[in-house]
Design a protein around this ligand. Sequence first.
Ligand SMILES: [Zn+2]
Length: 436
Amino acid sequence: MEELHGRQKVVQKAEGVLLDDSYQLKEALQLTTTKVICQRCGSRFSKEESRLPNQDYYCPYCIQLGRVTGQSYLVFQEEKTRNTRPVTFTWQGTLTPAQEEVSQHILENYQHNKNSLVWAVTGSGKTEMIFAVLRYCLQNGGRVAIASPRIDVCRELYPRIHEVFPKEQTLLLYGDSNEAYRYNALTICTTHQLFHFYRAFDLLIVDEIDAFPYDGDTRLAFAQKNALKKKGKLIYLSATPPIHLLKAIEGTFCIEKLPLRFHKRPLVVPQLVWYEQWQYCYQSNWKIRKLITYLKKLLCDNDVLIFCPSIRYMQKLYKKVRQFFNPQEMTSVSSQDELREEKVQSMREGAYRILFCTTILERGVTFEHISVIIMGANHKIFRKSVLVQMAGRVDRKGDYQHGQVLFFYDQQTQAIRDACEEIKKMNCLAKEWLSR
Ligand SMILES: [Zn+2]
């Protein structure tokens, strides 16, 4: 059996009893008189719903990770203890005073055994603010993971982290990644990968804590707790922490707010544009007229991202809008698009002027010279945090470009109200920070 320090794996019981004594075993399924509790994902369910033909049980809730049954053990080894060591850190940039303050607070919280939530507006430069605590933890022999619910966020983070800690054998783990697991001190992974760890990390940083599918998934919360050492600490990063999260961490986390963007300009406040029956606007030249008019205006200053609530709607809209512009200047991306990374890169390089997308581009991506249109801001998929994130794509870097955010809608929703209010509140707070 391979080494499993801080790692957990499922084995058959017969195989488990033969392992040497450095391995620890626990029952994968705990049975009560009527219920089964899975020790890998924390799900509780009735014996009836999970009975196998041979009268054994299995967990249906984490089966995508390989089946656990009553005949399985979870096997792991204690995490190694390591000493302080030199860590090569080659970052050349500097933090703004506001970033410096937050960076220092996070470090101090960690040193004093406290968890942190970094509530920093989109475009504030969150990643740079965790360098100091990362370095400190590694230097003290600690093991760190940076996890995100979004694969794209992990992929964007990996080269940036690797660049500043070039001598760490940084590991990038996600569902289809080609990298095999190996023992190391610094890991970047999707939150789903946390199911494979057990009491491994001294520091676990969860980026985009409010993103789907992490938010509200009790199994991921269970995995996160298991992956952390008993005395391990958490840092959550978010531009849009949901209220239930703020309530849940009250008293156990220090909240570090950063309302200022890197360039100190305020967040762009969305303009609400009434668009009667936007759902059907691709059906005729008459119905699409409003979108085309606004789009032409926005294109005078910037390229445009058009967020759509579904892939099918996006495709219909894309087809219609093509009739009014040079088709070579526009493209579309979705989660089903194999070329999505290439297309996003081409957009950055100026190959396209209009990019249609779904919520996959809501966070983690930066374009210069961009305005944003949200088709159907009142659609239920566009929660408050999603709206704030999409709006946050505008004016992230470079000089001011007159980027705009338009919410097309035909019904007022709580999410729209809350998103606009939160953006305005953060701008007020930013003003205070600038004047102090
Ligand atoms: Zn399970």
